[in-house]
Design a protein around this ligand. Structure first.
Ligand code: ATP
Ligand code: LTN
Length: 335
């Protein structure tokens, strides 16, 4: 990553540390990051500053953030192959955000869908951070001269704003930032809730049966799939009027790396009941090594802190290069 003479593109992404990593986050995001770290200069962080836009209980938030870091590692993100750190440990993120704030219009952030949704959901706490969330995200991305940002479809609008900010800054002050592109996977872009297959699986869903965590035990995973809401009829195929079965087929296909048509053939003539168990068992088997690795990693705080500190140092030295350039461009005095 520090080798700037290579021709590799830079990839960056993050997740807010709330709850635990779900099957949706895994198939939509982390599984792709793990693949991408082999071929790209990769930067992955815990978006803990972003998570402060909603009120958190401090002790619980600290623990969840640490758990999340161990889960990143358990999913196969390798500190030898990518830079892993906590956003709050690299002060350049917040510093660049201020300068970008002064180059972003209130009208641009207040029209973001996520801001409107979250304002409605947290009507008693519409804080400045909630509206400024996408500008911090732009700072995260632009600090590392990122080419590609692997995210689910819900983050596309924030990526477009990031591009607008970068282009505007470059036009006003001269070429400074790489203009990034969103990388939205075809498979796994939207895994749906097991209880409402028309809605996205979400880690903050209060219904425990709606989502599957990567650290759920085998019996829990199979039980959640057995209880998954399915559709009328008994045919196992992808169809618009069968959102429940379609979601289960998509999950099985993504986890087993099989084409959807292959999955449909495999289960011809079988009932919903046995199919649900098969999907549950496949997910449980795939997550078993992840869960085991997580339980080992979380016991070793020394190792986690060493990896996070090293990641933050490497990230800060890259980020500082961009930040220094930005400060010079806007006319701040430097000695
Ligand atoms: P929350 O419930 O806290 O809003 P979330 O589960 O929706 O969380 P995010 O933190 O918003 O997840 O997203 C983390 C990453 O995972 C993003 O790249 C997002 O696009 C992706 N992602 C989240 N949910 C899904 C899903 N159901 N299917 C595919 N990708 C998803
Ligand atoms: N908003 C993102 C999390 C996030 C992010 C980023 C993703 C914060 N900063 C930079 C990609 C790049 C989300 O997934 N909710």
């Amino acid at each position: 990553m520090e080798n700037t003479t290579d021709n590799k593109k830079t990839v960056l992404s993050g997740i807010q540390p709330t709850g635990t990593i779900t099957l949706g986050n895994y198939l939509g995001a982390v599984q792709n990051w793990q693949r991408m770290q082999e071929d790209f200069n990769s930067v992955f962080f815990i978006a803990d500053l972003h998570a402060l836009t909603v009120r958190r209980e401090p002790a619980e938030f600290r623990q969840t953030s640490l758990d999340f870091f161990a889960q990143y590692l358990a999913c196969g993100l390798d500190p030898e192959k990518c830079i892993l750190y906590f956003q709050s440990h690299v002060r350049q993120h917040a510093e660049l955000q201020w300068i970008l704030n002064c180059n972003t219009y209130v009208g641009e952030t207040s029209r973001m869908t996520q801001f409107k949704d979250k304002s409605a959901k947290h009507a008693d706490n519409i804080n400045m951070g909630l509206m400024d969330y996408p500008v911090l995200m732009a700072a995260d991305i632009l600090l590392y001269q990122t080419d590609l940002v692997p995210v689910g479809i819900d983050q596309k609008q924030h990526l477009e704003l990031t591009r607008d900010i970068a282009i505007r800054f470059n036009n006003r002050y001269g070429e400074t930032f790489t203009v990034p592109e969103a990388y939205i996977p075809k498979e796994g872009a939207k895994i749906c809730s097991l209880q409402d297959p028309t809605a996205k699986m979400s880690k903050s869903d209060p219904d425990q049966n709606a989502s599957v965590s990567i650290v759920d035990d085998e019996a829990t995973i199979v039980r959640k799939f057995k209880r998954a809401v399915t559709d009328s009829g008994n045919e196992i195929c992808v169809r618009e009027d069968k959102p429940g079965i379609t979601n289960l087929i998509n999950i099985y296909s993504a986890i087993e790396h099989k084409a959807v048509s292959e999955v449909e053939t495999e289960f011809v003539g079988q009932g919903y009941g046995s199919f649900k168990i098969a999907v549950g068992e496949a997910v449980a088997a795939a997550f078993k090594p992840v869960r085991e690795a997580y339980h080992t990693l979380i016991k070793d705080k020394g190792q986690l802190s060493a990896i996070a500190k090293n990641g933050a140092e490497r990230a800060a030295s890259l980020a500082e290069k961009t930040l220094r350039k930005v400060k010079k461009r806007v006319g701040l005095v430097a000695f």
